[in-house]
Design a binder for this molecule. Structure first.
Ligand code: AMP
Length: 132
């Protein structure tokens, strides 16, 4: 059984801050920033691509509700909502989960999206590859 299924079954402890019939949100054991929380469906799905639409919609609502709780209690209105889908993308627990990461002035959290000069010829080729 995976580590998040064990948390959901109560076999290992967690610090829950939010729960519905279908999902649970608990503090990430390794706090990227103060209040870093994971939203996890109670049913085991490997990743976002395996999720059914209904659960995905409920997770979207929960993202906003969890962010509102954290915002009220921790005094920030800035967040990154992150989902790592697949091990190449950094997913280490193979039970789908969504990170809610509160952001603060001068925190040390880094999103590694490297900016490049736009190449419109390449963009046009890529657009064709994806849409045709
Ligand atoms: P990811 O790398 O996107 O798969 O994220 C997995 C996250 O789960 C990491 O940020 C871990 O710190 C977190 N994590 C792993 N085990 C536990 C646990 N027992 N309780 C809370 N968070 C955990």
């Amino acid at each position: 059984m995976c580590v998040f299924c064990k948390i959901i079954n109560g076999e290992i402890p967690s610090f829950k801050i939010y729960e519905t019939e279908d999902l649970v949100a608990f503090l990430d054991i390794s706090q990227a920033t103060k209040g870093h929380t994971l939203i996890v469906p109670k049913k085991h799905f490997e990743n976002l691509l395996a999720l059914d639409e209904e659960t995905l919609k409920k997770i979207s609502v929960a993202q906003k509700e969890v962010a509102n709780i954290l915002s009220k209690k921790l005094g920030t209105s800035a967040f990154n909502f992150v989902n790592n889908c697949g091990s190449v993308a950094g997913q280490s627990v193979m039970h789908v989960h969504f990170h809610v990461i509160p952001r603060y002035e001068n925190d040390d959290f880094k999103m590694h999206i490297v900016e490049h000069e736009p190449n419109f010829e390449e963009l046009a080729k890529l657009h064709k590859e994806i849409t045709e």
